[in-house]
Design a protein around this ligand. Structure first.
Ligand code: 8X3
Length: 257
């Protein structure tokens, strides 16, 4: 039971935050954290059951089914929203570690579709709602892979570089309008799914990514950075936060015991 009347909760709300890719990892942690920061949170993803569990567990979170690769799904979400304070474009991820000479076109297309076009679709559709009221904030979960390249990362680094280009272009195009634009670029974050999906379900290979690394980042560390960016005063725009664990000096320079 809420300990305050509904009207009072609403008046204390920081507004609506939409988080894509909210069914696990950084997205789920961000949904939880923004709810505790006083946002009304719409947790969006394809896997509805996971979202329903999250919404049942955390007051202030509602679930909505969203496929960022579908224009229809994105349009349906946008049609249901009036005023959005924060959009966290978090849906995305990596598929495969093959060198370019053996890369699979379908993997690259899928990575571009979620990490880049997904962000474009959702941002474009929600911009009117983001501009309404007190203005809005577009956050993109990028990656250090959007700023450097590494062997075996071709498709993912290409997609994340494109996501970074999207963020920087969007900030230029929205200049003078009341919408902040922020990229959070994580390095090594240990989540239940990122490396497992990237390595096509090979759990041992996924574990090796983090082997001997003292304290890789966790999803809550990135949620913390997102919460920081979106709770600054409205005139303060955090352009980019690059966030790595202490053990990681560069994409492939990682201290291991
Ligand atoms: C995840 C970071 O180093 O695997 O976005 O590209 S990395």
């Amino acid at each position: 039971m809420p300990d305050r009347p509904a009207e009072q909760n609403q008046s204390m709300s920081r507004g609506l935050a939409v988080v894509t890719g909210a069914s696990s990892g950084i997205g789920a942690a961000t949904a939880r954290r923004l709810a505790t920061e006083g946002f009304e949170v719409l947790a969006a993803a394809r896997r509805r059951e996971r979202l329903d569990e999250l919404a049942a567990e955390v007051p202030g979170i509602r679930a909505v089914t969203l496929d960022v690769t579908s224009a229809e799904s994105v349009a349906a979400l946008a049609a249901s929203l009036d005023d959005v304070a924060v959009l966290v474009n978090n849906a995305g991820g990596a598929i495969g570690m093959e060198p370019i000479e053996r890369a699979d076109t379908a993997d690259w297309q899928a990575m571009y579709d979620t990490n880049v076009l997904g962000t474009m679709r959702v941002t474009q559709a929600l911009l009117p709602a983001l501009e309404r009221g007190a203005g809005g904030h577009v956050v993109v979960t990028g990656s250090i892979a959007g700023h450097v390249v590494y062997e075996g990362g071709g498709g993912y680094t290409a997609a994340k570089h494109a996501a970074t280009a999207l963020v920087e272009t969007l900030r230029l195009e929205l200049n003078g309008r009341p919408v902040r634009v922020t990229e959070i670029a994580p390095g090594m974050v240990r989540t239940e799914e990122f490396s497992l999906v990237r390595l096509r379900g090979d759990a041992e290979a996924a574990d090796r990514v983090y082997a001997g690394v003292e304290n890789p980042l966790v999803a809550e560390d990135i949620a913390d950075c997102i919460a920081f960016a979106v709770t600054r005063p409205a005139h303060v725009n955090i352009d980019l936060l690059v966030v790595k664990p202490l053990a990681q000096a560069a994409a492939y320079k990682v201290a291991r015991s």
